[in-house]
Write a protein that binds this ligand. Sequence first.
Ligand SMILES: Cc1ncc(C[n+]2csc(CCOP(=O)(O)OP(=O)(O)O)c2C)c(N)n1
Ligand code: SF4
Length: 284
Amino acid sequence: MNQLALGEAAPPCAPLTAQDYKSNYKPIWCPGCGDYTVLSSITKALAALQLRPEKVAVVSGIGCSSRIPAYTACYGFHGVHGRSLAAATGLKVARPDLTVLVASGDGDGYSIGGNHFLHACRRNVDLTYIVMDNHVYGMTKGQPSPTTEPDWDSKLAPGGTGLRSFHPLVIALASGANFVARAFSGDPNGTADILARAIRHPGFSFVEILSPCVTFRPEQRGWKERVHGAPVEATDDPARAARRIMTDDGFNLGVLYAGDRPAFPGPARAASASIADIEAEFAP
Ligand SMILES: Cc1ncc(C[n+]2csc(CCOP(=O)(O)OP(=O)(O)O)c2C)c(N)n1
Ligand code: SF4
């Protein structure tokens, strides 16, 4: 190994590429699953921001989409179903120096994790919450989720559930999220751009990514013909954003709201106790 002489400047590091953020694990999603390109968009966004992998943590719950942390070369936490935001909030409060991404599915994030979603938006913790929405529980074989259309007919819900579907973007906005956007897994560059903007934006950033489950909802392959770009720039007016979201067709992509509420915790709110201090308190 070449050693630097005393006082000699280190050579500049080569810029990180998307590949540098990928782990050596080969994803085991079904061929054609939208989550493959969501993974590439995340690694492209991290490369665009040149964040060191060891300064990024990816937190998830359980589901096909929640496998994302294992496929990145960043720190990762694959926790219990529906609790990704609780774990991520604790991490961000204890280590505000880290960039924390949270990967979830519509079942994980809006059903069992629904309450955490509301309060993470309300607290405006500086996290980027990425929900891969396929309007179905993929990992547990096709049950309807909170975003499933009321008339989606399946073996598990013949004739559909008849239940009104959840509207995550409006709920995020009404609960206090500071950044609200919609992306599509079939557009990896557009998604990477939105994710980079979300990561840079202070406070709670919520990115809904329409990510087809080709196994249990093969008709979602048709989403690529339905999506279209947002015709206008992001607004910081919540009422305008709400009108825009409520009146679109659910396939309008782009940043819909970018607010300026102060994030929690503020710069001076880092946890002061070290792990050693906490362990000492519990020592026999
Ligand atoms: C407490 C608990 N309840 C239920 C489950 C079973 N479970 C595992 S994954 C999953 C659904 C995941 O669906 P979704 O979040 O939509 O993600 P996808 O697999 O579609 O990406 C469920 C219900 C579990 N692991 N733990
Ligand atoms: S079941 Fe659906 S969401 Fe899960 S890996 Fe297969 S295609 Fe993707």
